[in-house]
Design a protein around this ligand. Sequence first.
Ligand SMILES: Cc1cc2nc3c(=O)[nH]c(=O)nc-3n(C[C@H](O)[C@H](O)[C@H](O)COP(=O)(O)O)c2cc1C
Length: 168
Amino acid sequence: MDFLHLVSRRYSVREYLQKPVSNDDLEYILNCARLAPSAVNRQPWHFYICKTTESLQKLHQCYDRPWFNTAPMVIIACVSHSEEWIRQSDGRAHGIVDVSIAVEHICLAATERGLGTCWVCNFDSNKIMTLFDFPQGTAPVALIPLGYPNTNITEKNRKELSEITTII
Ligand SMILES: Cc1cc2nc3c(=O)[nH]c(=O)nc-3n(C[C@H](O)[C@H](O)[C@H](O)COP(=O)(O)O)c2cc1C
């Protein structure tokens, strides 16, 4: 699949089949996340794979949407604030940028394998921190449901290149 085709095929999957994801696919996808670039190569990330009934039930309380419950597994992509690079000139932390790149690697690798994902950031952050025992300084950035889509690709609604680019 060429890259434009791959990115065009990725879409937000909001309903999944009850078909398990193989360990081989999961490992491939997580390896693609591992190889993502990060500021000063700090790799300030950790990925929690929720696939037991217990952890999924906890997660469903943090993002309570019927479609979300159809995913056979969810990856919680976390930033480790103690490891992230902070730009000296303005003090801006870059951990969330790094985790976001890795998450998109996950989404694209999943698409390549015929699997679906959806970025989810509208979760209850306080609840997730209470229910899951993340190490100190670790915080969730995105929840990524992963599974076989039970929906069809939707049309891309995007701004025109001319609207979003300026030659300077
Ligand atoms: C940072 C981020 C957060 C998002 N959070 C949510 C979310 O909480 N719930 C949801 O259903 N979709 C969420 N989305 C998915 C977007 O709505 C979706 O990517 C966008 O509408 C474009 O559609 P597409 O992914 O099908 O191309 C999020 C996407 C991004 C990049």
